[in-house]
Design a protein around this ligand. Sequence first.
Ligand SMILES: [Fe+2]
Ligand SMILES: [Fe+2]
Length: 189
Amino acid sequence: MPQLKELFVEELQDLLHAETQLVGALPKMAEAAHDPQLRQAFEKHLEQTQGHVERLKKVFELMGEKAQPKPCKAMLGLVEEGQETIEEGRDKEPMAADLALITAAQKIEHYEISGYGTVRGLARQLGELEAATLLSHTLGEEESADFLLTAVSKPLLQQASLDEMGAEVNLETTPASSSQPRRKKASSK
Ligand SMILES: [Fe+2]
Ligand SMILES: [Fe+2]
């Protein structure tokens, strides 16, 4: 197989493995999310991710290659970190847990964005324009998932800042003997 095509197919195999892992990981992230909008964002992206797997299979077909995944160690690591974030989040306040989940999810999206940017470029270079269009479509969905996560994080970050200011004011105005941080631990689900 010519070198460029070989590289293209290998990168597709890496992405296929990455996406397949995400189909398993995203429901867990959705379940762990406290904020309904964050949960929705994960659920929506799960549906998109299932489409990404199908689109990759179509690209393999276009290339006359078998859709065979090749272990993507980077995504294995990112998903493992995501799992840790979920577990650590059980001891955190909901807002902090959600912000940590968003951080883990955005690292995943950024990895995918870089992967799809590369394969789309390789597809164009190889003159595989139909494949490039399919990969472009997925790349667009990865980017919008990333934007959506940023949008969902904004009110959470604002609230977190307000809470911290409130906690500081509270500490300043409360006599030392009874200075208990005001932040209450919200009920975990
Ligand atoms: Fe994806
Ligand atoms: Fe994604």
